[in-house]
Design a protein around this ligand. Structure first.
Ligand code: CP
Length: 308
C-alpha cells in the first residue's frame, strides 16, 4: 500500500508515469469513466478548502467512484476529541482511499502510520501539499512542453506556503532548474527546504525582495498568497499582506511566453486585469488538477487502465 504524503514518496520515474497517465486522461477522459466503479474516496478536511477537496471529489466521480467525508472538524467526532489515528481506522472501514487536510504539520503522516487505506496529504499546516505540486508540474509540462531548463520565480509567502515547499522539492529533481525566490525578509523559505533540498542537491537559487528586479528573467512565475491563517501576530500580517501585486505594468516587463501560476485562492496578489493575459494560466491549472488527481487515485489504488 502506498501513501502520498510528500513529493519524495514517488521516484522521478513514478512522477513521470503519473504525469503521463494524467496526460492520457486529459486527452480522453471518457475512457476512464468506470475504472473506479464501486470505489470510495473519503475527503477528511479539518481545514477549509475549495479546490483541493472538490477536485479530489470530482476526480473520483469522473472515475466512476463515489465520495464520503467531512469538510470541517466541527462536523465530525473530532469535535468530541477523537484522534486522527482513530478517525482513519474508522474511515478505513468505509472507504478505499482518503485525502486529508489538517492544520497540524504531520497529521496525515500520523494517520498513514496506522491507516488500512492509502492516505493522501491534501495539505498539512505550513508543511507540504504534494497533490497541488502534481497539479503544478502537470500544468507546466502541458503548457511549456518540459520540466527541465526553466527559471522558476516563486513569489510571496515562502515561509508558510506549503505548496511552495512541495514544488521546490519536486522540481529539484529536474535538470537545468534555477529558482528565483521572491519574498519579504520575514517570509523566506524555511531552513529545512534550503538545506535538505536546495543546498544538498546544489540547485542554483537566488533570494530577492523585489519582483520587478527579476520578472524579466523568468519562464514561470508562481505567485502565492500571504497565509493569514498561519500568522501569530495580526500586525505582522497587516504589514506584509500587500507585499506583492502582479499587475499589467509588471507583466509588460516579463517574457512573452512566461507563464503565471498560482495555487489559489488569491487575495490581492494578482490584479484581476492580469486574468485576461494569455500567460495567466491559474484557472486552467485548476482544471489540470482534476486530471492529475484522477491519475493519482488510479495509481494509489492500482486501478488498471482501460483498453483502447
Ligand atoms: N490550492 C488549494 O489548496 O486551494 P484550496 O485551499 O481551496 O483547497
Amino acid at each position: 500500500m502506498r501513501h502520498f504524503l510528500t513529493p519524495s514518496d514517488f521516484s522521478k520515474e513514478e512522477w513521470r508515469n503519473l504525469l503521463d497517465l494524467a496526460e492520457r486522461i486529459k486527452n480522453d477522459p471518457k475512457r476512464y469513466a468506470h475504472v473506479a466503479d464501486g470505489k470510495k474516496i473519503a475527503t477528511l478536511f479539518y481545514e477549509p478548502s475549495t479546490r483541493t477537496r472538490l477536485s479530489f471529489e470530482t476526480a473520483m466521480i469522473n472515475l466512476g467512484g463515489s465520495v464520503i467525508g467531512f469538510h470541517s472538524a466541527d462536523s465530525s467526532s473530532v469535535s468530541k476529541g477523537e484522534s486522527v489515528a482513530d478517525t482513519i481506522r474508522i474511515i478505513g472501514c468505509f472507504a478505499d482511499i482518503c485525502a486529508m487536510r489538517h492544520p497540524k504539520e504531520g497529521a496525515p503522516m500520523v494517520a498513514a502510520s496506522v491507516s488500512p487505506i492509502p492516505v493522501i496529504n491534501a495539505g498539512d499546516g505550513g508543511h507540504q501539499h504534494p497533490s497541488q505540486t502534481l497539479t503544478d508540474l502537470f500544468t507546466i509540462r502541458s503548457l511549456k512542453g518540459r520540466l527541465e531548463d526553466l527559471t522558476i520565480g516563486i513569489c510571496g509567502d515562502l515561509k508558510y506556503g506549503r505548496t511552495v515547499h512541495s514544488l521546490i522539492r519536486a522540481l529539484s529533481e529536474y535538470s537545468g532548474i534555477r529558482f528565483v525566490l521572491i519574498s519579504p525578509q520575514a517570509l523566506r523559505i524555511p531552513s529545512y527546504v534550503r538545506e535538505e533540498t536546495l543546498e544538498k542537491n546544489s540547485i542554483p537559487y537566488q533570494e530577492v525582495e523585489k519582483l520587478e528586479d527579476v520578472i524579466g528573467d523568468l519562464d514561470i512565475l508562481y505567485m502565492t498568497r500571504i497565509q493569514k491563517e498561519r500568522f501569530f501576530n495580526e500586525e505582522e500580517y497587516n504589514r506584509l499582506k500587500d507585499s506583492y501585486v502582479l499587475d499589467m505594468h509588471k507583466m509588460d516587463m516579463a517574457k512573452k511566453d512566461m507563464l503565471v501560476l498560482h495555487p489559489l485562492p488569491r487575495v490581492n496578489e494578482i490584479a484581476p486585469e492580469v486574468d485576461n493575459d494569455p500567460r495567466a494560466v491559474y484557472f486552467k491549472q485548476v482544471q489540470y488538477g482534476v486530471y492529475a488527481r484522477m491519475a493519482l487515485i488510479m495509481t494509489l489504488l492500482n486501478l488498471e487502465e482501460p483498453s483502447c
